[in-house]
Design a binder for this molecule. Structure first.
Ligand code: PMT
Length: 322
């Protein structure tokens, strides 16, 4: 397969994108679930955060056999969700189907088979392997707490179109919360796609090479910041592999979209170092060697810092940038 450069591809605006692509079948049902969740937690005086997590796919065929994917296991989003719940937020967890999820992440993508966490007892019953029991107990307690309070709502997506339709719907519903809502965009969203009308209906036959020409997915942060949630506290991520580009590209995103914070991360060290960038500041969060050895998660530092800034954002009635 060879990819041509995309210089000649069409750039459409977000409205055209929504008019020319098909919404997911479950959109209406998910909108109802979100409305109910938002009303309930708003009435309880809880803040709500929308977390997007995992990668989006771009199908190459309408009856899809092959697709292009974006890198993301969902670790950042799933881990962050747990810390937001601990900070008292209700969480809408919008994730790529089968990517990591809060709480189950400790076991689901583990190198161990789930059966390794269990043991057969001498009386024939099954229990948790004592080696894993203390950590599992701690995770279970937190898991049961959110189940009891119903503070976590799961929504899933697969393709970039699923993601964008869902993002627009959820953020429009949440806009009623004004500054009390936070948007934490950790998903890795496709930049290129093939419009349905330009895609073959059936599986591409492998009787030669393949050349793809892709259109650019419009940048959705702009309408989100300007129209969908003008008062929300919006945090986006910027992933780069070249350290020389990271800060400049993150600043560029802030200027271009006009939101509150970009969290800059380099692929290779994203689990131990990030930079929180606002229009006039840079704040590095970096785990020490000791913290890394103790398995401290960097999200346990990121989320309290963000919630502190969200407090300031709410206090700041005229929303002058922090
Ligand atoms: O899940 P893990 O394996 O732990 O990995 C976490 C992560 C590295 C994926 C995460 O920390 C991260 O950096 N996520 C953002 C990666 C990314 O896609 O960056 P980007 O440069 O493509 O997009 C930057 C921002 O622009 C994003 O907030 C995105 O919502 C937005 N965007 C992107 C594409 C698009 N068409 N429109 C957009 O508005």
């Amino acid at each position: 397969m060879s990819l041509l450069d995309n210089g000649s591809s069409e750039i459409i605006n977000p409205d055209t994108y929504f008019q020319t692509n098909t919404p997911p079948r479950t959109l209406g049902e998910n909108e109802n679930r979100v409305k109910e969740f938002v009303n309930k937690h708003n009435e309880a005086g809880r803040r709500i955060v929308l977390i997007t997590s995992g990668g989006t796919t771009v199908p190459l065929e309408n009856s899809t056999v092959r697709f292009i994917d974006n890198f993301s296991a969902g670790t950042r989003g799933a881990t962050s969700a747990e810390y937001f719940l601990e900070m008292g937020y209700a969480v809408i967890f919008m994730h790529r189907q089968f990517s990591l999820q809060p709480y189950s992440r400790h076991y689901s993508h583990s190198k161990n088979c789930f059966l390794d966490f269990m043991e057969l007892k001498s009386d024939g019953s099954i229990g948790v392997n004592s080696k894993y029991a203390p950590k599992m107990k701690a995770v279970l307690e937190k898991y049961q707490e959110f189940k009891k309070n119903e503070t976590l709502l799961f929504l899933d997506f697969v393709t970039v179109a699923d993601y964008l339709f869902l993002l627009r719907s959820v953020t429009r519903i949440m806009s009623a919360l004004k500054e009390h809502a936070m948007y934490y965009l950790a998903a890795a969203v496709s930049d290129f796609f093939i419009p349905a009308q330009k895609m073959p209906q059936h599986k591409i036959q492998s009787d030669g090479g393949l050349t793809l020409t892709m259109d650019q997915v419009p940048k959705f942060l702009k309408p989100m910041v300007t129209n969908w949630v003008p008062c929300g506290f919006i945090v986006s991520f910027k992933l780069e592999t070249d350290p020389a580009l990271l800060v400049d590209k993150s600043r560029h995103a802030l200027t271009r979209y006009g939101h509150q914070i970009v969290i800059a991360n380099l692929l290779a060290i994203r689990k131990r170092e990030v930079i929180l960038i606002t229009r006039d500041s840079e704040f590095q969060i970096k785990l020490t060697e000791d913290e890394i050895a103790e398995n401290i998660e960097i999200e346990s530092r990121i989320i309290p810092e963000l919630t502190k800034r969200h407090d300031e954002w709410i206090r700041n009635a005229d929303h002058v940038d922090m």
